[in-house]
Design a protein around this ligand. Sequence first.
Ligand code: NAP
Length: 427
Amino acid sequence: MQNKIHTAQSAFEHWKTISFENRALLLKRLKTVLEERRMHYAALMTQEMGKPITQSLAEIDKCGWLCEYYAEQAETFLQTQYISTEANESFVTYEPLGVLLGVMPWNFPFWQVFRFAVPAIMAGNTVLVKHASNVPKSAVGIESLFLESGFPLGIYQNLPISSDKVGELIAHPIIKAVSLTGSEQAGSSVAMQAGKYLKKSLLELGGSNAFIVCEDADLEKAVAIAVNARMQNAGQSCIAAKRFLVHETIFDIFVEKYKWAVSQLKTGDPMDPETQIGSLARVDLAEDLEKQVKQSVVMGAEVVLGGKRKEAFFEPTILTNVTPDMPVFKEETFGPVAALVSFKTLDEAIALSNQSDFGLGVSVFTTDIEQIKLHLHEFNEGAVFINDMVKSDPRLPFGGVKKSGYGRELAREGILEFVNCKTVVIR
Ligand code: NAP
């Protein structure tokens, strides 16, 4: 571990002097290698955590898009900003911080890492990544991808360590900042350690997004998107819609249509391109989900579809009669379980949506877009998507409020997280 930290520091000394143009050339090369070996990397993810192969391929493609985006935009985002003051000259420059630590989850084994590492590296930093322990091959695969694409040794390094070593790393004087994507517990522990050593931290944590369907919504569209919003990646997504708030006048018809649409999802071998929903990444994750569902049922929730577990496979599940005190409403459900609740007024829907410890994003389906725009400030969220599911996009900042974390990834905001904004004043 010590060797890798020192390698990252020596690489940084050189890398920070490399022009944006040359950094971008390497990143574009990396995109080409990703495209050439698309199936290989996608299969790695599917074999390690069970994601259906079509979704793994889409994840690889999205990583390529991210590379292209920052290869083209990083220089513009980090251009010196001239600001007029009483001085002869005043401006702000953006300089890399040094060696950064990334602590990453298994649910999007490539995308989460890319989202952290690509802008950080384009800004001139070098990175060490401690990936989740259940995706070691993806972790090694990403490191070799950087090397194969021609990035000098030490720009991107994989650290195959256990999570109890993370504190020690944060304390190390060479490590300048840490970015964690993962659970609330891991986030809290990393933030505590970063706070102790006065280092910058960025946290992308859990979510329990609401998916609001107003009385005037295009129901067919809302149902189709609701399937993907909850069931993609077998529900193991921080920004998945987890709580479905549906206007009382269309509640029954929504339940009927949603149940039919979810029941059509194809399960099976995740390497089969026809498969739409696979097993969860680990048996213990499916067991946790089962406990949340069972406890909610004891408290009065009704199982409309699914509800059963077989080893790591959890049936796509729909629950009604859900109340805010139930685990499926107040906790994050990291699997294919949709909790449905009816509401009478928009104010009530907003209050229910906000009745969560998390604040990553919300979807609202309506034809009266102007009315929702008037209420945007009432949603305690990092994102509001109208007539669409919440999804990440390299061009838009991504991150949460409340227990969903702090800081932003992607877009200009993302690359500015790990730079020193240096103010220069010349009299
Ligand atoms: P996790 O258990 O917190 O693990 C995430 C990473 O943190 C892993 O590398 C893990 O290492 C490490 N870790 C765990 N405990 C730690 C600790 N006390 N100190 C330092 N590092 C620690 O989360 P997960 O199960 O992989 O991922 C699921 C969670 O991530 C969900 O809550 C999900 O919502 C959240 N998530 C959030 C976003 C977002 O963008 N907001 C995106 C994806 C996922 P080990 O694997 O070795 O334990």
